[in-house]
Every structure is written in structure tokens, then in C-alpha cells.
Design a protein around this ligand. Sequence first.
Ligand SMILES: NC(=O)c1ccc[n+]([C@@H]2O[C@H](COP(=O)([O-])OP(=O)(O)OC[C@H]3O[C@@H](n4cnc5c(N)ncnc54)[C@H](OP(=O)(O)O)[C@@H]3O)[C@@H](O)[C@H]2O)c1
Length: 329
Amino acid sequence: MRAIQIDRYGGPEVIVHRELPIPTPGPGELLIRLAWSGINFMDIHTRQGKYANSRTYPQSLPTTLGIEGAGTIEAIGSGVVGFHAGDRVAYCLAWGSYAEFAVVAAWRVVPVPDALPLDLAAASMFHGLTAHYLANDLGKLGPGVSCLILSASGGIGQLLVQLGVRLGATVYATTSSEAKAEVARKHGAAAAFLYDNGRFADTVRELTGGRGVDVVFDPVGKPTFRDSLRAARKKGLVVSLGSVGGSIHDIDPIELGEAGSLFLTRPRLADHLTDAETIRRRAADIFTALLDGSLSLQIAGRYALEDVTRAHEDLEGRRSVGKPIIQIS
Ligand SMILES: NC(=O)c1ccc[n+]([C@@H]2O[C@H](COP(=O)([O-])OP(=O)(O)OC[C@H]3O[C@@H](n4cnc5c(N)ncnc54)[C@H](OP(=O)(O)O)[C@@H]3O)[C@@H](O)[C@H]2O)c1
């Protein structure tokens, strides 16, 4: 089978195209014939070696890139119940989806409704389940709650804006360009504006009568983090969910006190997808919303397996709006 691997960490030049044997599912595992794979910043972080010492996401080299996909079940390992060959399925947070086949632990795999195209299923697992726990479990978004979403036209950002609006929260959005801000407005953001060298925090204060928002979702990291603290209300919550712009290495807890006794969390999806029931519940909510039209997902680009390097360059170059995916079969 064709697979995209890395043998060492680094830039797009470390990506290697390989022919590998089709793997065999062990006990509790499924072999999935992949139709589509999502492309995520997490793949870039994996390639760069950011998880080389991670306990949450342990890695060893060589590794096949890609952490989410959708396709059909090709073979079933011993002890697996409830799945049949040919079932349409999707999953996330198991490495190896930039390939024609992947072996995945069955508890991570969810059924895909007949009416949902497999490209949408692949595109919505990782970002959809992330937006789901951020909006519901961490942000507790709802009427009377205000939030600020950075990088609001990105893969997570677009879904988070829509979920926040659906839940009845007041959603403010910030992005690097006017075109990206317009995407957030179309999804119902109460206001969308540019980072403007950190002045987004002042804009939030003006819009909230000086108070600041209840929750800030920041996937950017170093360039925006301190202004995100300024955008939060006293005793508000700052969710540092990623570091696409660079990691934060220099935070002293006293800063949280000075910023208004803030709560800061650096969550990981793995800790919010710890069992099959939770994964199925979150995925079912996202799939249902996609099917009834109350949630829309923008595919940023459809790449061939051969074009993975270009896909990574596009994502790192901030050219993506929405979610890029790879067509595999
Ligand atoms: N904590 C969790 O559970 C969790 C789960 C999934 C992903 N994440 C993390 O969230 C972050 C975003 O992931 P994503 O997959 O949703 O990607 P994404 O939002 O589609 O990321 C791309 C966007 O990031 C923004 N960005 C800001 N600074 C950038 C830079 N220096 N280089 C490239 N892009 C930059 C760009 O939007 P603008 O141009 O508008 O800034 C770009 O469009 C990643 O760090 C990822 O690891 C965390």
C-alpha cells in the first residue's frame, strides 16, 4: 500500500513516499481501507517533532503521518463486536491515515451515517470533536456567555464559532485578514476583526463595555497569548489550545493574577476522548448537525497523497481557510 512516512523530524523535506505491506489487525483492532484523510496542524507538529517527548501522544520513528480518516472496514481483529466488513466508519487520534489502509483500535472508531459523505466524515472528526469539547465542556458556552475565538476561519475556528452561536453565546472572532474575518461573520459572530498587532484585546474590551469576555480560545500561542490574557474578564478562562504561531515558554503564574485572577488551561483532545461512548456521543452530535445543516464545514483543499508536501506548505503558509483533506481512494 502507499503511505506517507517520516524517518526523522523536520520541515516538509522529511516527508517520504513509501510502498508498505497492508497491516493486519490485532485483537481489538480494525483494518480500515481509507477513502479520505484529514490534514491537521497536528501532522505538522508531529513532523516537526513536537510530540517526540509527549506522554499524551507518544511517538516513535518511522511513523506514518495523519491522525484522522474515513473509509470502510476491510478486516476485523479478534474480540471486536458491533462492526462488519464494508461498514462506513471514521476515527481520529490514531496515527497512520496518510496511507491506503490503517489499523485502528476499534474503540476509537465510529459509524458514519449513510447520508454523510465520507469526505465530510473524515474532515469533521478531529476538528469537530475538538470544537465540541471546547464549546461544551471547557467554555460551557450558552446564553449570557461571551467568548473570543482566535484564528476563527481555521479548521477548529469555523466549527467553534458556529457551535458557540448555536449554543446561544456571544461570539467574537479575530483573524489575520479581512477575508477570514468575513468567514466568521457569515457563521454568526457578533463581531469579527483583525489581530492588529494585539489591538484585538482593546477591541474586545470596547465591545464588552470594558469587561472583557468570559472565555478566550487561543490556538495561535506566543504571538497572541498575552493579548488573549488582556481580552478576558476578571476571573475569566483562557484556553491556550495550540501554538501554530510558536510555543509559549515564559509564563509566570503571577501574570494570571495581574490580568484579573484568570484561569488558564492547556487542554488536549485525548483527555476528552477517553472512551468509546464519549467519542460516539461527540461524533454523533457533530454528524447530526452537519446532516441537518445547522453546522457547515468548509473543505479548504482536496489533495492527492502525492501532494502532501504542498498541503503542508499551504497550511503552514496560512493559505488554508477551513479544512484541507487528502483523497486516498
Ligand atoms: N488542544 C486541542 O485539543 C487541540 C485539538 C486540535 C488542534 N489543536 C491545535 O490547534 C491549533 C490549530 O489547529 P488547526 O488544525 O485548527 O489549524 P487551523 O486553525 O486550520 O490553523 C491554521 C490557521 O492558524 C492561523 N495561524 C496563526 N498563526 C499562524 C502561523 N504562524 N502559521 C500558520 N498558521 C497560523 C491561521 O489563521 P489566521 O491567518 O487567521 O491567523 C491559519 O489559517 C494547532 O496548534 C493544533 O495543534 C489543539
